[in-house]
Design a protein around this ligand. Structure first.
Ligand code: PMP
Length: 405
């Protein structure tokens, strides 16, 4: 295994030099959002300094530059995910909007009374609530594949729950509250064999694992830019060409139409069909820069380094008297959820903040899985490739102090 030059990577992230409460910032809240490297920050500035224009509509130099940059961003996402065509990539505000698009467009057109939407017990609220909304409208029913006490999906039960009424299976690749990695390639295969469509939530996976949509047979794949070192307010939904005809336009307006009269409108083909109005052009361009940055480091190296960080931190945290790890699945990425006896999670979060350590404390927008494991809230440090063993040592020492151990 080659060595990972974390020092040089850290130099790319200006915010990592911040001081918080007299301590160097330790950013362990990567599952909530990630920090941005200088190339991304500079790319967004350069867009506004040299290229800013609306796209497609106007015929002048800056419109051409902005359109080129935006379509190049789309191709970068396509390549990054291993999609066959750039037209399969639609930009959205993020994962949440992407799932709402699929639920409101595909869901309302294809779900009816008695149909089943198969989720897992591990889902973020963003992959639950939109399906409840569409189930209420269509009479479809939500079915939930269970997990064991470690927060690991029962893959066999998942398979057994698939049947001819299952119209879509929607599941996360990496669970944000526990870090559980799901076997999404085989889950997608099982669901496809049962005749269901497949949506994979990649919000927590794309920053940590290499995703290849030529191997992962999902119909829809969604992610957020801000979790992969890109800007907020931008993300994407991959809509595989085979489902274009059954996925109607969602929002209406400019950009998505070919011709409009008061009697009827003719829509553009994808991706414009799904991108009504002026999109988040600058941040799409910033997202592409983030993906290029990650590609330069290499996701396989990132995954290996982060795996080592997690392997290092896990036994040390678990050894602190009063600590209970929440979610101990065999295959995990980035996330360490825990509780400390005698201390509320938010109290632990506040005490860590006093030492400059940023973690999330709460329900992590995933109440069903936390409740399944017996908790209302946990403390959740989550790592990225710019984190270090020294940071973990300081974190472990601080939790020990909080525990009074
Ligand atoms: N799914 C998962 C697994 C997530 O971790 C998150 C973000 N915490 C979301 C969906 C929602 O992403 P966003 O808030 O960026 O839309």
């Amino acid at each position: 295994r080659d060595t990972f030059d974390v020092g040089s990577v850290r130099g790319d992230f200006p915010i990592l030099s911040e001081q918080v409460n007299g301590h160097p910032l330790i950013w362990f809240d990567n599952a909530a959002t990630t920090q941005k490297p200088r190339p991304v920050i500079e790319r967004i500035s350069a867009f506004y300094e040299h290229e800013n224009s609306n796209i497609h509509r106007a015929a002048h130099e800056l419109a051409a530059r902005a359109t080129d940059a935006y379509e190049d961003a789309r191709s970068t996402v396509q390549r990054f995910l291993g999609a066959a065509r750039s037209e399969e990539i639609t930009f959205t505000r993020g994962t949440t909007e992407a799932i709402n698009l699929v639920a409101q467009s595909w869901g309302r057109a294809n779900l009816g009374p008695g149909d089943e939407i198969l989720l897992t017990n591990l889902e973020h609220h963003a992959n639950i609530v939109p399906w409840q909304m569409v189930a209420d409208r269509t009479g479809a029913r939500i079915v939930v594949a269970p997990v064991d006490n470690r927060g690991q999906l029962d893959e066999q039960r998942f398979g057994e729950l698939l049947n001819s009424r299952t119209k879509i299976a929607a599941f996360t690749q990496v669970a944000n509250a526990t870090g559980t990695v799901n076997p999404v390639v085989s889950m997608a295969q099982m669901a496809r064999r049962a005749g269901a469509r497949v949506l994979v939530d990649g919000a927590q996976s794309v920053p940590h694992l290499a995703v290849d949509l030529s191997e992962l047979d999902a119909d829809f794949f969604v992610f957020s830019g801000h979790k992969i070192f890109g800007p907020t307010g931008i993300g994407a939904v991959f809509i595989r060409e085979r489902v274009w005809d059954e996925t109607p336009a969602w929002q209406g307006g400019g950009n998505m139409i070919a011709d409009v009269t008061f009697e009827r409108s003719i829509y553009q083909p994808p991706p414009n069909k799904y991108e009504a109005g002026t999109g988040n052009i600058a941040d799409a361009v910033g997202l592409a820069e983030a993906l290029r940055y990650v590609e330069r480091i290499g996701l396989h190296r990132i995954a290996a380094y982060e795996h080592d960080l997690l392997e290092y931190a896990t036994p040390r945290l678990a050894a602190i008297p009063g600590v209970t790890l929440v979610g101990t699945a065999e295959h995990k990425a980035s996330v360490l959820s825990f509780v400390l006896a005698g201390h509320e999670p938010h109290e632990v979060g506040t005490a860590l903040n006093e030492k400059g350590i940023a973690v999330r404390a709460g329900h992590h927008c995933a109440q069903p899985i936390l409740r399944r494991l017996g908790y209302e809230a946990t403390v959740r440090p989550s790592f990225a490739f710019y984190n270090t063993y020294d940071e973990i040592d300081f974190f472990i020492e601080t939790v020990r102090q909080i525990a009074g151990a």
